[in-house]
Design a protein around this ligand. Structure first.
Ligand code: FAD
Length: 400
């Protein structure tokens, strides 16, 4: 069957989305709502034990997509964010506490288990008439002037005017589009697990800045939190070798008992940290969405929030093109997408990279820089509110 084409009369509004992670799923829904006929090519991935802090604009996006109801009871509002300098540095940064009510908001965002988020999006997709699901892997792409043909490992090929590469950090479609990347690694591993604890979190997300990276506790419903502990690969291996009670003692020590006794609940994960930025965000009818277009360390909850903004942006551009009978895979549209996403992605990747590197650096000037940066962020008044708004990603969805 491979090689045959499912779409004989290729619609001007046909879009193929490759990859069913959270970024690809949200983009599929947004594109279908924008009037595209979407074919989503995906194979169900294994379990992801991580949670995602979805900031206010991402929650608003999910509401627009009509999935907010399905999230009820599965998310925890993040009412405050605290940063504690636990580096032991000579020049210590002040402890910062940002409260959402300083911006007149009930919460900065909500924390949700990735598995719940994917379930809710998948349910919405199965009820969406504008989306056809193909349970397959994309194994090749032939790029033509007016379309792209995606070859699958199972069943007929799919043709579309526009392809969304949401196939993750090792994106094959990105390579097929000829988009080169700058990629790098960090000497760090993020250990992830969910915990129950004896003291309430009061909706406060706490990021301890340590000499190996951030150690972040993010509230979940009830007396539960998710942990992202960025440590050296050796420490990650030590933690993986600990049994639950040894790990409980170690994590309570590292968290200075702010949540009381911690008990691991569920599987543990380990994510070697890396970074990636592409030279552009779209080429040859292929658009990068999610980690296909940006990878950055888990500091300040930016990754998937950026991924959702990618999906929103391409859906907006496709809606405009369809409204004026333009080609949805035109060079103009691809350039507009690249311009629109470039500033947001590059700025956040750089800021996160700098914060991470100042934590790792043994040099006094790096400590001074970080302490000064956090000191400025902690000031009262407009700068503080600007920092908080920028952290949320507010105002960055509009066109470049
Ligand atoms: C420890 C950690 C904590 C994080 N915390 C946060 C946070 O709090 N907030 C936040 O915003 N971000 C966070 N992130 C980032 C966030 O997890 C990622 O941005 C997000 O998961 C990326 O989603 P994605 O859909 O782009 O990619 P993926 O989830 O990797 O999905 C890609 C999908 O494509 C599929 N695929 C690949 N190749 C093919 C193919 N050829 N054909 C078909 N399918 C294919 C894969 O199977 C996979 O299902 C964190 C990251 C880490 C490592």
């Amino acid at each position: 069957m491979a090689g045959q084409i499912t779409v004989q009369d290729l619609g001007q509004n046909s879009v193929a989305v490759v990859g069913g992670g959270p970024a690809g799923l949200a983009a599929s829904l947004a594109l279908a709502r924008a009037g595209a006929q979407v074919t989503l090519i995906r194979k169900r991935a294994g379990n992801d034990n991580r949670t995602t802090a979805l900031l206010g604009p991402s929650m608003a996006f999910l509401e627009e997509l009509g999935v907010a109801e399905g999230l009820a009871g599965k998310t925890e509002p993040l009412v405050a964010m605290r940063i504690i300098d636990d580096t032991g540095a000579l020049i210590k940064a002040p402890t910062l506490m940002f409260r959402s009510d300083e911006l007149g908001l009930a919460a900065f965002g909500h924390n949700i288990a990735n598995s719940d988020l994917v379930d809710v999006l998948e349910r919405a997709i199965s009820a969406e008439p504008g989306i056809t699901l193909r349970e397959a892997l994309a194994v090749g792409a032939e790029i033509m002037t007016d379309r792209v043909r995606i070859e699958l490992d199972d069943g007929p090929a799919v043709e579309a005017r526009l392809v969304i590469a949401s196939d993750g950090r090792h994106s094959k479609l990105r390579d097929m589009a000829g988009i080169s990347v700058k990629a790098w690694t960090y000497p760090q591993t993020a250990v992830t697990l969910n915990l129950t604890h004896t003291a309430p979190h009061r909706g406060i997300s706490t990021e301890f800045h340590t000499k190996t990276g951030p150690f972040t506790l993010v509230p979940m419903p009830g007396r539960r939190s998710s942990l992202v502990a960025v440590v050296s690969p050796d420490e990650a291996a030590d933690m993986a070798a600990m049994n639950d009670s040894e790990l409980s003692v170690e994590l309570e020590r590292r968290s200075h008992s702010i949540l009381g006794k911690l008990t691991p609940a569920g599987p543990r994960g380990a994510w070697p940290l890396s970074g990636l930025t592409p030279e552009r965000f779209a080429a040859k009818r292929i658009v990068l969405v999610g980690e296909a277009g940006h990878v950055l360390p888990p500091i300040g909850a930016q990754g998937l929030n950026l991924g959702f903004r990618d999906g929103q942006t391409i859906a907006q551009l496709v809606a405009e093109a369809l409204g004026s009978n333009d080609d949805i895979g035109s060079e103009n549209l691809l350039s507009a997408y690249s311009r629109a996403r470039s500033g947001d992605v590059r700025t956040r990747t750089s800021v996160v990279d700098i914060v991470n590197r100042t934590l790792l650096s043994p040099l006094l000037p790096a400590d001074a820089l970080r302490a000064a940066g956090l000191g400025v962020a902690g000031l009262s008044g407009p700068i503080r509110r600007l920092v908080m708004r920028q952290g949320l990603g507010a105002g960055v969805v509009e066109r470049a």
